[in-house]
Design a protein around this ligand. Structure first.
Ligand code: PEP
Ligand code: MG
Length: 584
């Protein structure tokens, strides 16, 4: 009988293959004492284990970079960077010296300390970084115990083309090895979409479901499984109906992928000849590389919150180094750097998160530009870093969560001060660097004519704009059904924004999730949008819809819908717009 197990959908794709249970012998970490005269030897043992772990990961990262691409190699490289983190190393060495204990145990104690800190922050992203640190520490502990350590995949076949691997958890390095062996898909009991193994599964295109409880004990070696990575479901011993449904999905997907490849080198031009700019939302090197590979015309949204997630806020120099790296990777494509957007759904260690959380309505509280205007020293350090980056390549600066003209005037005043400070230090910047504002608050949407005096461009953050327009929290599943892009109020508001921007000749982009959702591409075009910014993995899909759209016809369908009284009999908007394209 068919058994269906559910977990977190991590990487889209269907796999129909044979089940293989990966074996892992967890290393037993025990504590033992060492004498004062053995400390130097223990430190040496610890350092060479780190070197050996680093060599293993670097070797694998190089192989993956060469065979798969820089984006995938970069994910493994994040573990190399963690290995180099001096805090973990120094505190372990101090523990060995102070407590006179073995390196494995000292490392274990430090790991537990870090995890305890992370546990106090209730955030998926931070939790996933905790899993990463655990995996890096395990690797070093294994290197310290080479003879008894778990040799990953010792009993695993060399070729895994028709095989789905079921593991308790996987490190990015292990996943890369499975990929090299051609694995058809993976299921893990731990991990999720924000774990590095999850991110890597996505960029390697391995269908994956994670967080499937007791998968290793419920599934059986050798049985046939069907995995749906998009839905987060694994079927064991599937019946004929399930099997043939998924075989059909697989062949449709193959056809779809081939059709995307066919337009890779073609421009994003609609049937009526309108050229559309397709940009990417990206921050990590992996995403920047993917954006280039997929033909993005620039980075429309470079979020900077990731720089502020650990301890002290990053200084001007370290931010500049990060931006310079991004500019380098982009090879001349424009980079739109968004200033810090912390608070509400984006917590961070830089500010007292618990205090921010204590606000009755964090999404309506001190977040994003409001927070930055409270701590102008911190904000100006970021503005100086962005200005300095503008001397290195085409850089634009984007301000999140604007509500009033007063805020953007304050930003310009601080930018002037930052320019003066740099000029005094004799440091270069682009004096004409463009400054844009995110339209995420309905009051800002209704004030584009006023804000526009101070903005070179606008970027509509539909993720937030919808939450504030519909009074539906973007991260609250209980009101997810109200978070509706097709609500006539939202559609009218967006039409107003794009019309205002056009009349004022201010370029407008949409950088919320909807920009990368091909179901909404025609609606956005009908609303007058000419610039989209999205996850780089969606660029080809959206380009395909652009190339298959007659915009005047889509506009006519939209006008018809807006003039039809809303009600149960009203035709669904997306359907109406798609219908308008028939005959093309
Ligand atoms: C948005 O709100 O649409 C947006 C792009 O910003 P973020 O998702 O980072 O809040
Ligand atoms: Mg936003």
């Amino acid at each position: 009988m068919t058994l269906a197990l559910t977990g977190q959908p991590v990487a889209r794709g269907i796999a129909i293959a044979r089940c293989h249970l990966a074996e892992h012998n967890e290393l037993d970490i025990v504590e033992y004492r060492i004498g004062p005269d053995e400390v130097d030897n223990e430190l040496r043992r610890f350092r060479s284990a780190i070197v050996a772990a680093r060599e293993q990961l670097e070797d694998l990262a190089a192989r993956v970079t060469e065979n798969v691409g820089a984006a995938a190699g970069e994910v493994i490289h994040t573990h190399v960077v963690m290995l180099g983190d001096s805090r973990l190393r120094d505190s372990t060495e101090n523990h060995i010296r102070g407590e006179l204990c073995n390196a494995e145990w000292a490392l274990q104690i430090q790991l537990e300390r870090v995890l305890a800190e992370f546990r106090s922050i209730d955030d998926d992203y931070i939790r996933s970084r905790g899993e990463d640190i655990t995996q890096v520490v395990r690797l070093v502990q294994n290197k310290l115990n080479e003879e008894v350590a778990d040799k990953p995949f010792e009993n695993m076949p060399d070729r895994l083309a028709e095989t789905l691997v079921i593991a308790a958890e996987l490190t990015p390095a292990e996943l890369a090895i499975l990929h090299e062996r051609g694995v058809a898909g993976i299921v893990t009991e731990h991990g999720g979409p924000t774990s590095h193994a999850g991110i890597l599964a996505n960029s390697l295109g391995i269908p994956a479901v994670m967080g499937v409880r007791r998968a290793q004990s419920l599934l059986q070696e050798g049985e046939t499984l069907v995995l749906d990575g998009g839905l987060g479901v694994v079927y064991a011993d599937p019946d004929e109906a399930i099997r043939s449904h998924y075989q059909q999905v697989q062949s449709d997907t193959r056809r779809f992928k081939n059709s995307l490849e066919a337009i890779r080198e073609l421009p994003a031009v609609s049937l009526d000849g309108q050229l559309v700019s397709l940009q990417a939302n990206a921050e990590r090197a992996a995403e920047l590389q993917l954006a280039r590979d997929e033909g993005a015309s620039g980075i429309g949204l470079y979020r900077t919150e990731f720089l502020y997630l650990q301890g002290a806020p990053p200084d001007e120099e370290s931010q500049l180094a990060e931006f310079a790296g991004a500019i380098d990777l982009l090879g001349g494509l424009p980079l739109t750097i968004r200033t810090l957007d912390m608070g509400a759904d984006k917590p961070g260690a830089t500010f007292d998160v618990t205090q921010l959380r204590r606000a009755a309505n964090p999404a309506l509280g001190l977040r994003a530009i409001r927070l930055c205007l409270r701590d102008t020293d911190l904000f100006k350090a970021q503005l100086r870093a962005i200005l300095r980056a503008s001397a290195l390549g085409p850089v634009r600066c984007l301000i999140p969560m604007l509500t009033s003209v007063h805020e953007i005037r304050m930003v310009h005043m601080l930018l002037d001060e930052a320019r003066e400070e740099l000029a005094d230090r004799g440091i270069d910047f682009d004096p004409a660097m463009q400054v844009g504002g995110m339209i995420e608050v309905p009051a800002a949407a209704m004030s584009i004519a006023d804000l526009g005096h101070y903005l070179d461009f606008i970027s509509v953050g539909t993720n937030d704009l919808l939450q504030y327009t519909l009074a539906a929290d973007r991260v609250d599943e209980q009101v997810a059904h109200l978070y509706d892009f097709q609500h006539p109020g939202v559609v009218r508001l967006l039409r107003f924004i794009f019309r205002e921007a056009e009349a004022l000749r201010i370029p407008a982009t949409v950088c919320g999730e909807v920009a990368g959702d091909r179901r909404y591409t025609r609606l956005l075009l009908a609303l007058g949008l000419k610039e989209f910014s999205m996850h780089p993995g969606r660029l080809l899909e959206v380009k395909q819809v652009v190339r298959e759209t007659d915009i005047p016809q889509a506009k006519a369908a939209l006008s018809h819908w807006l003039n039809t009284p809303a009600g149960p009999a009203a035709p669904p908007l997306l359907h109406l717009i798609d219908e308008s394209q028939h005959g093309n």
